[in-house]
Ligand binder design. Structure first.
Ligand code: RFL
Ligand code: PHB
Length: 389
């Protein structure tokens, strides 16, 4: 088999790249280890930056999103009973969009259906080869048969636990990592959202987030110890804890119900440099992870795809390799800003085990400053809605 761009991983990064290239007549094959249903079963991001929305439109897969998404002009922060809202439109000139990663991925999978063969699911033992030559290829096993996919370039879109990043030799690869001493317990429930904005809550009991997918489907999170397991949290325990962490006027309005999904995610900051080695280009979670507090993971994956897509267009349409040469530098410049913002939001809102009385007062003062200061709100709004590509 031969294609122009071999894409390892059929999550949102890989599928979006493939769809954008397809629109411009550039051939790609996506190799995904799991089944489509498995990928669509993962409940993850909910907030899209305008840059992401524009890429979905450019890829021709925005019809359902444009009909069903919810526009959010601002977000609420609370600290105990105190709360305030930051107006994105006023401070940054643009809102954010609520539309789940599950729906984004479904729309992208649906678009590939007219073009069978572009996505190969349940591909085992995917392995790229000869990445430092001008004839790279990828081998994989499908239905027990080993196959070979020759290509010009390989996009490593296979998430944090994928094979792509490890192909960059140890002597070249630098990794920067910070793990946080807590996780997020998340539930999805078929109940109306508690508020018409997201609520990011700092409380004595720890962080909580009230989010949503649509007017009948809510997504809530509470900070929890890393040693907890989802089985330790009955639905009743979850709702009680959430109510303790948000202002009482919202707790009084909270509609509870059975959870339809419950999971714990660890929080980590991670960056791999460089994001390109030979003919391999890393994108999304394969190259970097952020704690979810700033809603930046999927959005940063999308900015990588923007840079790589334009670099590939420049190469195939104008025979100019400059974009490919500069991919890692351009992507990393934006990645580190998302890392900084996500780390800052995480530090602002969580309880840390080693936090002193002084640290707590500083955290509270930082929130009070954000509440009172227009310039601070503008900085937050610009980062939250997404820095320019
Ligand atoms: P993914 O989604 O992990 O997809 C990678 C795909 O590669 C496949 N794969 C392989 N395929 C072939 N061979 C191999 N050897 C392979 N190894 C892996 C996997 O099966 C998978 O299908 O990475 P991608 O595409 O880069 O997308 C990244 C996003 O999924 C991630 O950044 C976001 O979900 C992060 N995130 C959020 N991001 C936001 O922008 N806004 C949010 O509100 C937000 N909330 C979240 C989040 C992540 C969370 N969790 C669970 C970590 C909330 C949570 C709770
Ligand atoms: C979500 O809805 O899952 C979500 C929203 C905002 C975040 C993280 C997760 O910061």
């Amino acid at each position: 088999m031969r294609t122009q761009v071999a894409i390892i991983g059929g999550g949102p990064s890989g599928l979006l790249l493939s769809q954008l290239l397809h629109k411009r007549g550039i051939a790609s094959v996506v190799l995904e280890r799991r089944s489509r249903d498995y990928v669509l079963g993962r409940i993850r991001a909910g907030i899209l930056e305008a840059g992401f929305v524009n890429l979905m439109r450019e890829a021709g897969v925005a019809e359902r999103m444009d009909q069903e998404c919810i526009i959010h002009d601002g977000t609420t922060f609370s600290c105990g009973e105190e709360e305030f809202s930051i107006d994105f439109r006023r401070h940054a000139g643009t809102p954010v969009v609520v539309y789940g990663q599950t729906e984004v991925t479904r729309d992208l999978y649906d678009a590939t259906e007219q073009d069978p063969g572009r996505v190969i699911t349940e591909a085992d033992e995917v392995m790229p080869h000869d990445l430092d030559t001008d004839k790279p290829y990828v081998t994989f096993v499908k239905d027990g048969l080993t196959q070979r996919l020759d290509c010009d370039y390989v996009a490593g879109c296979d998430g944090f636990h994928g094979v792509s990043r490890k192909q960059i030799p140890d002597s070249v690869r630098r990794e920067y990592e910070k793990t946080y001493p807590f996780g997020w317990l998340g539930i999805l429930s078929e109940t109306p959202p508690v508020h018409d904005e997201l609520i990011y809550a700092n409380s004595e009991q720890g962080f909580a987030l009230c989010s949503l997918r649509n007017e009948h489907l809510s997504r809530y999170y509470v900070q929890c110890p890393l040693t907890d397991r989802p089985e330790d949290w009955s639905d009743d325990r979850f709702w009680e804890e959430l109510k303790r962490r948000i202002p009482s006027r919202h707790a009084a309005n909270l509609v509870t119900g059975p959870s339809i999904e419950k999971s714990i995610a660890p929080l980590r900051s991670f960056v791999c440099e460089p994001m390109r080695w030979g003919r391999l280009f890393l994108c999304g979670d394969a190259a970097h992870i952020v704690p979810p507090t700033g809603a930046k993971g999927l959005n940063t994956a999308a900015s990588d795809i923007h840079y790589l897509y334009h670099a590939l267009l420049q190469f195939y349409e104008e025979k100019d390799g400059e974009g490919l040469e500069r991919y890692s530098e351009k992507a990393l410049a934006r990645v580190w800003k998302a890392e900084r913002f996500s780390w800052w939001m995480t530090s602002l809102l969580h309880r840390f085990p080693d936090q002193s009385g002084f640290d707590l007062r500083i955290q509270r003062t930082e929130l009070a400053f954000l509440q009172d200061n227009d310039a601070a709100q503008k900085v937050l709004a610009e980062n939250y809605v997404g820095l320019p590509y």
